[in-house]
Design a protein around this ligand. Structure first.
Ligand code: GDP
Ligand code: K
Ligand code: MG
Length: 256
C-alpha cells in the first residue's frame, strides 16, 4: 500500500517525543534540520501492512514563523504536505493546544488531535468528552497517555484512517474580516506562483501582517487584524471547551 507521511506537532513539553516514541518504537533516526542545530527526529510506524513515515516537529505555540522552531514546523507542513498533521495537545492545557490546532486547521485539513497526558487530567479531576470535541472540531480526537499507553493503538488506527480526508473551514471571522479574506483570495488567485498554497490561509496571514507571506505574495496591507483574528480563535476555543470538558473549574485554565 501507499506510503503515508505523518507530522507531529504541538506546544513544547506536551509529550510529542513520547508519543513519537510510542508510535515508532526503536525505528527512528535523530539528525538536525538542514542548516540549523534544531533536532530532527524521523521514524517509521508499522501497522498491519502499512508503513508510515513519522516526523517529530519542533514545539510551537503558533504557526507565525517568527521563531526558527515555528518556521521549521510551518515550512514542513507547507512544503512536505504530510498526509496527516497529528497535533499533540496537553489535556491539562487544552486551550493553548487548541490555539495551535486551529492554526494547523487553517493551513490544512487532514488533522488528528491527540489529547495527551489524559492520566494527569483524570488525576486533576476533570473529564474530556472526545466525541463532543471531535464533533465540534470536525476532526478525529483520541485521548492518550504516553505514560500508561492509553489510546496509542487507537491513535495508530485513527492515523491510518485519516490520511486523505478533505479540507474544511471550521470557523468564521467577523463579516468585515471574511470580506477582506475574499478580496485577498481573489487577488492571490491570479498569481500562478502561489497556486501551491491555500488561498484562504495566505489571506489570513496577510491580515495578520505575516512578514514571510508578505514577501511571498508581494502584498503588504496597511491594516492589521491579528488581534481580532486571535480573539476569534479564542472565542471559538472557549465555546468548544465549555461543551466538551467537565470539571475544568477545578484547574483554573488561563488564556495566553
Ligand atoms: P515534547 O517536548 O512535546 O516532545 O514532550 P516530551 O515527550 O519530551 O515529554 C515532556 C514530559 O512530559 C516528559 O517528562 C514526559 O515523561 C511527560 N509526558 C509525556 N507524555 C505524558 C503523558 O501522557 N502523561 C504524563 N503524565 N506525562 C507525560
Ligand atoms: K508535561
Ligand atoms: Mg520533543
Amino acid at each position: 500500500s501507499k506510503k503515508i507521511k505523518i507530522a507531529l506537532l504541538g506546544n513544547p513539553n506536551v509529550g510529542k517525543t513520547s508519543i513519537f516514541n510510542a508510535l515508532t518504537g526503536s525505528r527512528q533516526i535523530v539528525a538536525n534540520w538542514p542548516g540549523v542545530t534544531v533536532e530532527k527526529r524521523t521514524g517509521v510506524m508499522k501497522l498491519a501492512n502499512h508503513t508510515v513515515d513519522v516526523v517529530d516537529l519542533p514545539g510551537t505555540y503558533t504557526l507565525g514563523a517568527t521563531s526558527l522552531d515555528e518556521r521549521i514546523a510551518r515550512d514542513f507542513l507547507i512544503n512536505e504536505r504530510p498526509d496527516v498533521a497529528l497535533v499533540i495537545g496537553d489535556a491539562v492545557n487544552l486551550e493553548r493546544s487548541l490555539y495551535l490546532l486551529l492554526q494547523v486547521l487553517e493551513l490544512r485539513g487532514d488533522v488528528v488531535l491527540a489529547v495527551n497526558a489524559i492520566d494527569e487530567a483524570r488525576k486533576a479531576g476533570f473529564e474530556i468528552d472526545k466525541h463532543e470535541l471531535s464533533k465540534q472540531l470536525g476532526i478525529p480526537v483520541v485521548l492518550t497517555s504516553a505514560v500508561t499507553g492509553e489510546g496509542i493503538e487507537e491513535l495508530k488506527n485513527t492515523l491510518i484512517k485519516s490520511a486523505r480526508s478533505s479540507s474544511h473551514v471550521h470557523y468564521l471571522f467577523t463579516d468585515e474580516i471574511e470580506a477582506s479574506l475574499r478580496n485577498l483570495s481573489d487577488r492571490i488567485k491570479g498569481n500562478a506562483s502561489l497556486s501551491a498554497f491555500d488561498q484562504r490561509w495566505l489571506s489570513i496571514k496577510l491580515l495578520e501582517r505575516d512578514k514571510e507571506v508578505e514577501k511571498l505574495t508581494g502584498i503588504s496591507l496597511d491594516y492589521d487584524y491579528s488581534i481580532e483574528i486571535a480573539e476569534t480563535r479564542y472565542k471559538y476555543i472557549k465555546r468548544i471547551l465549555s461543551s466538551s470538558v467537565k470539571g475544568k473549574e477545578k484547574i483554573g485554565w488561563n488564556l495566553s
